[in-house]
Design a protein around this ligand. Structure first.
Ligand code: 6U4
Ligand code: NA
Ligand code: NA
Length: 169
């Protein structure tokens, strides 16, 4: 089997905020996501998740497994398997790296029920994330373990989600 198809994605939560990174280059460029990347030869997914979080955000966190996802793309002939991790504390200070610009977002609606653009912490920007994230990130925030599969088709140079299945375990 090919190690290159195994990936990680890690999310750090602090109170009612979640740390995302704006991807500056490579796969998923110009999207917000957790911090992660390829599982390298000889690493466990948990080890890879810790390493990528340090490399891309400059922080250390007690990551725990949160879910497993399969992403298929029509015509690709192979899948991404992504192990998702989360932590409710961290140490260090999130820093911008060559790959990611970290930014905190809120997952709790404001008391008024309406976010206004003057608020310092904006809601999770699902419209600037992978199409699948809106289905499982709320489960991660709630601390519920999940599995899922999302099938993508290429539309020009954009990946569009065609079908999806997600569930808690
Ligand atoms: P290199 O080539 O070493 O810079 P590496 O950092 O190892 O790459 P990268 O950043 O390309 O890997 O990893 C892709 C990231 O995108 C992983 O965190 C998984 C994530 N990802 C891929 N498809 C996704 C999808 N549909 N939804 C999602 N995250 C996805 O939320
Ligand atoms: Na990466
Ligand atoms: Na990497």
């Amino acid at each position: 089997f090919d190690q290159k198809r195994f990936y990680t994605n890690a999310f750090v939560i602090q109170g009612d905020k979640i740390l995302l990174g704006w991807k500056k280059r490579g796969f998923g460029v110009n999207k917000y996501n957790g911090f992660g990347g390829k599982v390298e030869l000889g690493e466990t997914p948990a080890e890879a998740a810790m390493r990528e979080l340090k490399e891309e955000a400059g922080i250390v966190a007690p990551l725990e497994h949160a879910g497993s996802l399969l992403f298929m793309t029509k015509g690709a002939g192979w899948a991404f398997q992504i192990e998702i991790f989360s932590a409710r504390s961290y140490s260090g200070i999130p820093i911008e790296t060559d790959e990611m610009r970290p930014e905190w977002f809120s997952f709790a609606p404001p008391a008024s029920g309406v976010f206004d653009t003057n608020e310092s912490v904006m809601p999770i920007p699902y419209e600037k994330m992978w199409d699948d994230d809106v289905y499982w990130l709320p489960l991660l925030v709630q601390g519920r373990k999940f599995v899922g599969r999302a099938d993508f088709v290429m539309e020009g140079d954009e990946f569009k989600m065609a079908r999806h299945w997600f569930g808690t375990i």
